[in-house]
Design a protein around this ligand. Structure first.
Ligand code: 5AD
Ligand code: SF4
Length: 460
């Protein structure tokens, strides 16, 4: 299906109505939960509201409008959101003018919207993820009707271009290249809440990318649920490696990162593109989820351990200093000790620099929610602990291998130790050092040691 596109235009009438309603310039606080895609959506929510006349609030207490941009990927994330929103009831009692709006993945779940409707009377607005551009109008509807506006989830399939963005950093930026997911991994709610895959036209991505480089951004992360299927549904013939090469050709001093790569769609062409590029990070986030072929099949991941490892080996040969990170779900329904041992083996074999481990969380509506899940919770958390122990050993080994090397790293800000700074290496490792250097600029750093997952070093 061909993707349609709409260009954002400021709604002057809505801005006028907002100004009239509040009298003085109102303030907005946006709280984003979950993944980087959500963080980028949060920057757009803020951008649209600032465009409509709001100023940015430093904290919820200062705000006239609080927007919760929510995550639904695991139950724990949802509970946190409900907890945080519940805590605002008091704030609303002291500031009756305060409005509370909810968006993000939870706003796309019918049962959740019902819950807001029936049990959270102080939530004024629930609006869909794909309606960020319409937020000023939705707010006006709330003002005009003097009633809550709780939008029922409906899929809006167009890609909206030119949405203003209020970026959280002046040197690190998120750039969404596609939205949605068509993969339907059996545990995952994302395809149900974020809808089908839609890619942005390469010319629009290139324009935004150039603007970021010109504005001095040094670290630009391309975002999508599965960046490797970029290009599907566009009238132009383009794939993800081609897009990467197009962006890499833009002159400037910067680093390109991307996430997330689905292993079934990551190709040798992708690895070759990274190897031959000037700006692309030597790091690949390639979530494996499990090291057991039996579980991968139940997860509907559509690759096996052998093909995954073959790709990792190709990348290691082609780019010797490449590092890898991964997501792993522990305790997927029916995961046995034997399955889990295979995950342990895979982690030892790949040597991930970073591992994000999650206990399986049942999401209603997904295929896995119907599968029997007899493993006790305690067993699952023990398995997480075992993975973390392996990870500690691996990270210490990878860190030791870095000692003595001089690397380029982007200085990001204060470190954990007093008077220290941290910087991010091209391969995504973090180094802490005690000298002064300009934040948001690259520095040459000699690695002198490793403490846990963090390297230590000094300016070279
Ligand atoms: N339970 C636990 N983890 C999940 N993830 C996605 N869905 C679930 C779930 N139902 C994890 C996957 C994915 C990451 C973003 O979140 O590992 O890669
Ligand atoms: Fe979820 Fe799988 Fe899509 Fe990732 S690829 S968002 S895990 S369905």
């Amino acid at each position: 299906m061909e993707t349609k596109m709409i260009r954002f235009e400021k709604n002057e009438k809505a801005a006028e109505m907002i100004a009239e309603f509040y009298g003085c310039r109102p303030k907005v606080f946006v709280h984003s939960f979950g993944c980087q895609q959500n963080v980028n959506d949060g920057e757009k929510i803020k951008g649209v509201l600032i465009d409509a006349g709001f100023a940015s609030a430093e904290c919820p207490e200062q705000a006239d409008l609080i927007v919760f941009n929510t995550c639904a990927v695991r139950e724990h994330a949802e509970q946190r959101v409900f907890g945080n929103i519940g805590a605002l009831k008091k704030l609303k009692e002291t500031n009756p003018r305060l409005m509370i709006a909810v968006s993000g993945c939870m706003a796309q779940e019918e049962a959740v919207v019902e819950k807001f409707k029936n049990h959270y009377p102080f939530v004024d607005i629930v609006f869909g993820i794909n309606k960020i551009d319409l937020l000023p109008e939705i707010l006006c509807e709330r003002i005009r009707s003097q009633r809550r506006v709780l939008d029922t989830p409906a899929e809006r399939t167009e890609v909206i271009e030119d949405i203003p963005q209020e970026r959280g950093s002046r040197f690190r930026a998120w750039l969404s290249i596609m939205y949605g997911c068509d993969n339907f991994c059996s545990y995952c709610i994302v395809p149900y809440v974020r809808g089908r895959e839609r890619s942005r036209a390469s010319a629009d991505i290139l324009k935004e990318f150039r603007e970021l480089v010109d504005a001095g951004y040094k670290d630009i992360t391309l975002l999508g649920q599965n960046v490797n299927s970029y290009g599907k549904g566009l009238t132009e013939a383009i794939n993800f490696p081609q897009l990467l090469r197009m962006l890499d050709a833009v002159p400037g001093d910067y680093c390109i990162r991307f996430m997330t790569s689905h292993p079934k769609d990551a190709t040798h062409e992708l690895i070759d593109t990274i190897a031959e590029s000037r700006h692309i990070s030597h790091h690949l986030h390639l979530p494996v989820q499990s090291g057991s072929n039996r579980i991968l099949k139940l997860m509907n991941r559509r690759y096996d351990v052998e093909s995954y490892l073959a790709l990792i080996d190709y990348a290691k040969t082609r780019i010797p200093d490449m590092t890898f990170s991964s997501d792993i779900i522990v305790g997927f329904p029916g995961e046995t000790e034997e399955d889990f041992l295979k995950t342990e083996e895979l982690c030892r074999r790949v040597e991930y620099m970073q591992l994000f481990t999650f206990i399986y969380s049942k999401r209603s509506g997904t295929a896995a929610a119907e599968m029997p899940d007899p493993t006790p919770r305690k067993e699952k958390s023990d398995r997480i602990g075992r993975l973390l122990a392996i990870q500690e050993e691996v990270v210490a080994k990878l860190g030791k291998e870095m000692i003595g090397r001089t690397v380029r790293a982007l200085v990001e800000g204060d470190g954990r130790k007093k008077d220290s700074l941290t910087a991010r290496l091209d391969n995504n490792m973090t180094v802490e050092f005690m000298q002064n250097a300009p934040v948001g600029e690259f520095a040459e750093i000699r690695i002198t040691g490793v403490r846990g997952a963090i390297l230590t070093g000094e300016l070279a």
